[in-house]
Design a protein around this ligand. Structure first.
Ligand code: SAM
Length: 265
């Protein structure tokens, strides 16, 4: 599905242009230096919104960062206010922008824990430092490692038994497999809600097809599938909608918001 938004209609303040190399070239550590030598450092301490504003300032004046950004994050913050999740988990933390925006919203809504799963130990360290700066270390738990391994381990050790709100923003081809893994581990079920980022830019047709399929379609596909990857629970009924928004660089994108409504017998 494409976007009905046009880049020319973007009215916000854009990040720097996303070039061919747009992460893991030292900019994440440069961001940490920028934050911890910020002239308003003392005002940032314990203030999630000011920390987010300073990260946006870096993205606008120094280098592009692959954050969800202030425009699309409003959709997820509204969802948190409505759903009041006790446990929220994100796949893909990067430098902590979403962990800070959504961790603060979960805390304000009376929630218990925000898990940020990030593959890179270096990025995980940056998330921890910025979450600490924002005063959210009591709610945000950073978990370093590959998402599928981390989900299995958190489940096995009893640290994670249920996910009320799942934010998918990591390796695009893994969205469907990791969701199926959460289904199989019964971490998600009726009442759980998923917000998947970047379903237009770069797009994720297999994920959209999965969450928009009927139980019959999923059962038919599961019975003809090969043995690779998690099978998920085709009997979960989903209600899914496409919510358009802007990348922080002013490029049109969208989130797919999906609710698990019931189990079909
Ligand atoms: C788009 S960025 C996340 C942005 C972040 N959610 C935000 O909006 O602030 C994607 C992140 O996913 C991480 N990632 C990629 N594959 C992963 C995996 N298999 N498990 C965990 N994290 C992964 C990358 O290292 C990167 O930091």
């Amino acid at each position: 599905m494409g976007s009905t938004l046009k880049q020319a209609d973007f009215k916000g303040q854009a990040y720097q242009v996303q070039e061919d190399v747009y992460f893991d070239d030292g900019r994440e550590i440069a961001l940490l230096h920028f934050m911890y030598s910020h002239p308003k450092l003392e005002e940032l301490r314990g203030n999630p919104q000011k920390v987010l504003d300073a990260i946006d300032e870096y993205g606008r004046t120094k280098k592009y960062l692959m954050n969800i950004g202030e425009y699309k994050s409003k959709t997820v913050v509204e969802l948190i206010k409505k759903e009041k999740p006790q446990i929220m988990l994100e796949l893909g933390g990067y430098v902590g922008y979403s962990a800070i925006a959504f961790g603060a919203a979960v805390k304000e809504a009376g929630g218990k824990r925000y898990f940020s799963l990030e593959k890179s130990p270096e990025f995980g360290a940056v998330i921890s430092m910025l979450v600490d700066l924002a005063g959210l270390s009591d709610i945000v738990k950073v978990v370093v490692g590959s998402s599928s391994d981390s989900l299995r381990r958190l489940h096995k050790t009893g640290q994670l038994t249920h996910i009320d709100l799942l934010f998918l923003d990591h390796y695009k081809p893994l969205y469907t497999d990791d969701l199926k893994l959460c289904e199989e581990l019964e971490l998600v079920g009726p009442g759980s809600v998923y917000a998947a980022d970047n379903v237009v830019k770069p797009g994720n047709p297999p994920y959209l097809e999965y969450v928009r399929s009927t139980v019959e379609q999923k059962r038919a596909k599961a019975s003809s599938a090969d043995g690779n990857g998690p099978k998920g629970r085709p009997d979960l009924v989903y209600d899914s909608k496409f919510v358009e928004g802007w990348e922080p660089s002013g490029v049109p994108d969208a989130l797919e918001i999906t609710r698990c409504v019931r189990v079909e017998s």
